[in-house]
Write a protein that binds this ligand. Sequence first.
Ligand code: GLA
Length: 724
Amino acid sequence: MIIFDGDKKVFKLDTNNTSYVMGVTDEGYLGNIYYGKKIDSTDILYALRIDDLPFTPSKFLGGKIDFMDRFPSEYPFSGTGDFRNTCISIKDSTGQEGLELLYKSHNIYTEKKKLAGMPCARGEKTTSLDIVMSDEAVGAEVVLTYTVYEECDVITRSVVIRNISEKEFYITKALSACLNLETDVSDILSLHGSWARERHIQRSKINYGSYVIESLRGEPGHQDHPFIALLSENCNKDYGDIYAMNLVYSGNFIAAVQKDQFGKIRTSIGINPDRFSWKLESGEQFQIPEVIIQYSHNGIGGMTRNFHDFFRNYLLPSKWVEADRPVLINNWEATYFDFDDNKLVQIAQEASKLGIEMLVMDDGWFGHRNADDSSLGDWYVNEEKIKGGLKNLVDRVNSLGMKFGIWFEPEMISPDSELYRKHPDWALSLSDREPGLCRTQYMLDFSRHEVVDYVYGKLYEILSSANIEYVKWDMNRPIAEAASESLPADRQGEVLHRHVLALYEMQERLVNDFPNILLENCSGGGARFDAGMLYYSPQIWCSDNADPIERLMIQEGTHLIYPLSTTGSHVADCPNHINGRVTPFDTRADVALTGTFGYELDVTKISQEERDQIPAQIAKYKKYRKLVQTGDYYRIASFLENGRYDSYMIVSKDKRHAVLIYVQVVTDSNVLGKKLKLCGLDSEKKYIVDGKKYSGNVLMNVGYIIKIAKGDFKSVVIEIESAE
Ligand code: GLA
């Protein structure tokens, strides 16, 4: 519900358990007054402390700058006295940079508008608010949009900047949102990593000064993640205050926390202003990406469950949310580039006997690509490898009762490719400089429409040529030289954002033209695992590292925000190709169970004993698949924190079914069974666990004793069923 109290000029945005309140001062400044547990009054303008603020302009203009530097601005602007982290900056046609946004009007409505050219959450049964702010001197109008998702305790925000002046101006900073909080938060939760170890959780202290999480790689990257949460000191997985922001954007981002001289905290998120500027002509508008914001007083787990419900109900492509995704086998770790049609069919033959439902042909099927140094851009089938052509191969795989999926890396061009020889200017590069290689490839210039159209046309041809039911869309290098020959000097700062917009446009075309194709995004594993990409693809390859022990940490961080069904998780070859770890076959399957399941190995080469385990692993996955897709996720213990074991549960919404997963990374000598306090059950209900009856409150308070064979890297999956 959204309330506007006209007398007090206060906006109150209520979800089931939270209130978000803003107020307009006499001068027209919009302040962020309160965010937290639900309150029942709009009579809280006093909390802006206008009367106590020195130098309130209407009272004493002589100190306006001091006012600007203290006011908890809802959408802070640069260059007129707010010296903290701001959200927006505009350079006008004279080169001056200073903005003062004042309240102009507002509108409350029920049909959420889609964001132009960008992913955003759907808005069925929601209420939205537009607040129009303007700076008449610059000729800029800014529309702040809020949508309230009551049952998930989520608010989304986005912003449109309009040029209402006669001349062009340049947007040099365009963040999505900020929150002004008092000192009842003390900690930061963020996600960090590298290739093959993405999204490890980090908890740190908020100190004076600024703390920044960011990407300048043209994608969110393996390293940092477009998410930030601020926590109260006592906040743990079960209780405490947490404020979170997750950006719906797949390019450069910045998330910052700043503790100012008065001990107040401002946290902001949006497109990274570094390497960004956007020329806006008179009459044009610029869409700023959406951000998902929430407050929970039920701790980190409360935040997670709100995010999961929100993503499932409003952001993931609805068609796929509860659809059964095929159990797939991908040939990458099985063959790398060394395969032909017969090898793929052999894998498919063996896999189909074991219950695997789809073969994915990974990198190496096109141009003359036999290593990672050629042919990107040459999207035609290499008939020396795939003899008889693609349709023939797909038909052979289909005749085994299996679906067929294919890999692409559409944003790239290899120097050794026909495409590059024909169009060297299609690669992003700085004038008079050799572009830098990464994985022996260049980035295509997606700010040029002819490039995007050409590549999409090639994809379209391939996808129309055979019965292809799945696409893995990869992106295997960051964007370094963001310069385009096709843009004038004052638009070079647009290249990186234009790339993201073109990517979105292509994926939109793909899912519209081929609605039955299941799209899985990927970027060297999980470098572009973000809310923006999840709008198009219901699953993303979580990491190139499928070692189950490393995956415990990667998946814990990923599932902090994103539903379990979004994470592509496969049973990989052993010893693990990346870290060499040797783990039991079943542990690899048990850890992959809580994602979208598949295999990443040569099923014709593993031992008969392992092959024999596959049908039971698939049956186990299918047994829990609906629960994993629709249930509530509870963390019991974190290997990242304790260094010894990991455990989590998924509980159905009606609390009748649950599954407990436990992975013993380091066996405890001389310990008789590990006691785990279960979570999320109904304390009034009786449950059957391992043939014995317990009450929910006993399982959650006294705990359940896990019995597991001695040895490192062992796992168990335990079914919990209501006895009634
Ligand atoms: C990336 C992906 C892998 C595989 C290779 C192919 O690294 O993450 O799964 O597709 O590219 O080159």
